[in-house]
Design a protein around this ligand. Structure first.
Ligand SMILES: Nc1ncnc2c1ncn2[C@@H]1O[C@H](COP(=O)(O)OP(=O)(O)O)[C@@H](O)[C@H]1O
Ligand SMILES: [Mg+2]
Length: 249
């Protein structure tokens, strides 16, 4: 049974695309308040797994529980209403709308029965929190990359998630920007939201993750703390030829 301190429980999740098994028999748990990282070489199945968690894909087999609810076949909307938020690898705001309007849309549609003026108030508070308040009235297409990522996190937070999924939100950021993004994610967790993130920049994983799940060829290769998994011979072999401790560059 799923207990309340487990926010996500995946059991035997499998996703096939025709003859290709992108995710195979993946099981893991995420505890409330935990920052969990999913890492693995290119093509390991990380994004597919995130799509199974968010509801973009339905699993070929296996189950997923979100905060005690079986959401294995639930829509993205239902998962969102239960408390799952997602920021995407490819930033997709509404470019012509202002930053404030973009976040307001998230606040309006994230919860059934939300009111426009409360949604706007919540959006303002989120812009303060993500450091975007001074850009509130700019069209979203005027933001730089770091601000785009902040907007994406603000939009996801606007749906008041209990669990936030992040897919490589640090990609393309300069080291100082990545450090700011790390602080933002820590702040999100400190506000009581569990964070599951995919990241290939290892120093960020080391700094941010309480626990790490390593995937390779669709399967879970290892789980544990950053130091445990990076010392695991299976993990070292999977990453052979790549620099495990590469710095943010
Ligand atoms: N929609 C899809 N249709 C067919 N194959 C896919 C699809 N999405 C991902 N794949 C394949 O699944 C495997 C895992 O991909 P992905 O989940 O994107 O890995 P990662 O995010 O770890 O790089 C890859 O071989 C990829 O080509
Ligand atoms: Mg990916």
């Amino acid at each position: 049974m799923t207990t309340p301190d487990i926010v996500l429980r995946a059991e035997g999740l499998t996703k096939r695309f025709g003859g290709l098994t992108a995710v195979q028999d993946v099981s893991f748990e995420q505890r409330a308040g935990e920052i969990l990282a999913i890492i693995g070489p290119n093509g390991a199945g990380k994004t597919t797994l995130l799509n199974l968690l968010s509801g973009l894909h339905r699993p070929t087999s296996g189950t997923l529980h979100l905060l005690g609810h079986d959401v294995s076949r639930a829509s993205m909307e239902r998962r969102c209403h239960l408390g799952l938020g997602r920021a995407f690898q490819i930033v997709r705001p509404f470019p012509e709308m202002t930053v404030l309007e973009n976040v307001t849309v998230g606040a309006l549609f994230g919860k059934p029965g939300a009111r426009l003026h409360t949604a706007r108030e919540e959006a303002w508070a989120l812009l303060e929190r993500t450091g975007l308040a001074t850009h509130a009235h700019k069209p979203a297409h005027d933001l730089n990359l770091l601000q785009d990522k902040r907007l994406e996190v603000a939009r996801a937070l606007a749906t008041q998630p209990k669990v936030l999924l992040l897919d490589e939100v640090m990609a393309g950021l300069r080291p100082t920007e990545a450090q700011e993004a790390v602080e933002l994610v820590r702040g999100v967790r400190d506000s009581g939201i569990s964070v599951l993130f995919i990241e290939h920049i290892m120093p960020i994983v080391r700094d941010l993750a309480d626990r790490v799940v390593v995937m390779d060829q669709g399967r879970v290769l290892a789980r544990g703390t950053y130091h445990e998994v990076t010392a695991d011979p299976h993990v070292i072999r999977a990453y052979l030829g790549t620099e495990l401790d590469q710095d943010v560059a």
